[in-house]
Design a protein around this ligand. Structure first.
Ligand SMILES: O=P(O)(O)OP(=O)(O)OP(=O)(O)OC[C@H]1O[C@@H](n2cnc3c(O)ncnc32)[C@H](O)[C@@H]1O
Length: 172
């Protein structure tokens, strides 16, 4: 099966490849496609739409049999901001499977910058004094003391997505 991935971010591409290759005989190609949502999605709904758009755009650009999209964002609960993540798998026949990732609270110092219109990626780089956090630990890795990094969190999302795809293909 030819599978496209709608990003070149290593935390995303490595998560998709490491999980999917366990269950599907696949050749992968990476495509940096638009998400069709704002650079910093501000709700679960917008983040999920971004993941779906990335999967659909990757399939359209590549002509692959299936494609994955992963999107990070923030969502607000009772005035506090949580980092949120969504994944989608789109098939050439139009089927779409989606799942959400773990969510954890962002410290108010970080949340305030995002509310002021900055993207979480550069905010996290400034906060940690490190480069390209979004492609490695991610906010989830930083604020769990490295126990769950962004790749591991995305692996869980991909397991949830691929599991639904495999369930739909089961024969009783
Ligand atoms: O290369 P692409 O696939 O675009 O990956 P990205 O990390 O830049 O883009 P996302 O669409 O996943 O995330 C939207 C914004 O939120 C940031 N973001 C989301 N989750 C994050 C996390 O766990 N750590 C740091 N930044 C994060 C990200 O860097 C972007 O600025």
């Amino acid at each position: 099966m030819r599978i496209a991935i709608g990003s070149k971010n290593k935390a995303k591409t490595e998560a998709v490849i490491s999980v999917v290759q366990q269950f599907i005989d696949a050749e992968f190609e990476l495509r940096a496609v638009p998400s069709g949502v704002s650079d910093q999605p501000l709700s679960d709904k917008e983040t999920r739409t971004g993941a779906i758009n990335r999967a659909l755009n990757a399939i359209k650009e590549s002509g692959a049999d299936a494609a994955f999209g992963l999107e990070g964002g923030v969502s607000e609960i009772d005035g506090e901001l949580f980092v949120c993540n969504w994944g989608a798998m789109a098939l050439a026949n139009g089927e779409i499977y989606t799942a959400a990732g773990a969510q954890i609270l962002l410290p108010e110092e970080v949340a305030a910058e995002v509310r002021n219109g900055r993207e979480l990626g550069p905010v996290m780089d400034d906060y940690t004094n490190r480069k390209d956090i979004r492609s490695h630990d991610g906010a989830v890795g930083v604020f769990t003391n490295g126990l769950i990094n962004r790749k591991t969190m995305f692996e869980h999302v991909i397991l949830l997505v691929v599991g639904q795809y495999l369930y739909s293909k089961r024969t009783n």
